[in-house]
Design a protein around this ligand. Sequence first.
Ligand code: GDG
Length: 472
Amino acid sequence: MAKLIIVSNRLPVKLQEKDGQLSYQASEGGLATGLGSFYKKENNLWIGWPGQVVSEEDKQERIIDDLNKENMHPVFLTETEIKEFYEGFSNETLWPTFHYFSQYAVYSQQLWETYVKVNQKYCDEVVKQAGPEDTIWVHDYQLLLLPSMLREKLPDSTIGFFQHIPFPSYEVFRLLPWRKELLEGMLGSDLVGFHTYDDMRHFLSSVNRIVGYGSTHGWINTPTRSLLVDSFPMGIDYDKYAGTAALEEVKRRENVYRGNLNAEKVILSIDRLDYSKGIAQRLEAFEKFLEKYPEFQQKVTLLMLVVPSRDAVEKYKELKEEVDELVGRINGKYSRISWNPIQYFYRSYPLETLSAFYRMADVGLVTPMRDGMNLVCKEFVASKLDQKGVLILSEMAGASKELSDAILINPNDINQMVEALHQALTMPEEEQITHMRNMQTSLQRYNIHHWVSMFMDRLSYVKIKQLSLATS
Ligand code: GDG
């Protein structure tokens, strides 16, 4: 029977080992939730790295057995592969380029070669598990070469690819020495999906100018086959976030935190530590806000959660120092015995705590320099059960295309962010409710399940269309 195989860099669980005992901690990520009901069905499968380097063969065997029982299959990566494929080419070459930070990009032949090798390793694992009639859904920038590698081995299979991060304009993408190979890798798919229409447009333009294939209404005709490129804005598991926010335990936590904070209003910021998220610019805007509107001093607190991420990568270490310093400077300047302008936490929290923070915040401040979509802003909206609260959102996040009821800002314009903060903190309640209600209606409808079914339906449609083209 035909099955669905999902392939992503990481599995939706993380392997842990304590006193020789192996355990698997489920990821709470949107993708894991959205695809959860799919990969667990029948003989479907999720293939990816289990999150730990495992070199002993007997242990690998045990992990394979454990994961196979849960419809998963591991790809084991070595220490060097993690360094060169994941931290290196994926996060020091592709990530900065795709987020318009080309000045941070490292161009290294060695890293590229490992990237090719590891994509091949994923391919070999998939080929061992897949039949010609199966559907394979590949995810994200770590696996750009995989669709073509798979196409070569399984010419008739159905291959979808979705990119979770932006696709940059041709002028930026062309800077990559391996631009042609990367595009050719993606073109092995039947369907290539992005979060936004602009990402899709940028991709089509690069394919046209670098590979020489034009397109009509998103269809690209290569000399041997045709494929479709389209946009699929990813949603969240709305009911999960709204449901968590309704829990008594979450309300209790909110009351405790509110009591401890000693602030009339709370501004919330949550991101992984990443230069694409605009954390430093956001802090600068908050500092200017306190300076320009001193009446908010001792009344407003910025609750800033920064989740540790990629801390082996040099640029991330530097950013951590910059953020620590900025927070220290602002708190040093404005703190009082009973009030801190910024409450800064460098760690991650369980969902219930996150939900209490979403509930508690009067303003959600989401100001990335670039973001494929950004799910935090959607989760904030879904958690606002009383519909009070204001979202300030960067125009550079994919989510801004859907959430026009937010206060939209350009994260490079510090003065605009200052005024947006003032507007948000003084917005009348009825106006807050109108905007929040509009955003909730849309997010409830275009949720993660809708996203998965849109992608899968379009993929089936492409296959049917290809057959009719081949026989006409
Ligand atoms: C990439 C793209 C795109 C954060 N802190 C905690 C925690 N989180 C969760 C959030 C949210 C997720 O992490 C972050 O998702 P984002 O979408 O905001 O950002 P990326 O990680 O950069 O994701 C992005 C996404 O892929 C999907 O396509 O939207 O543009 O860059 O779900 O809630 N979760 C818990 N504790 C924390 O402390 N439990």
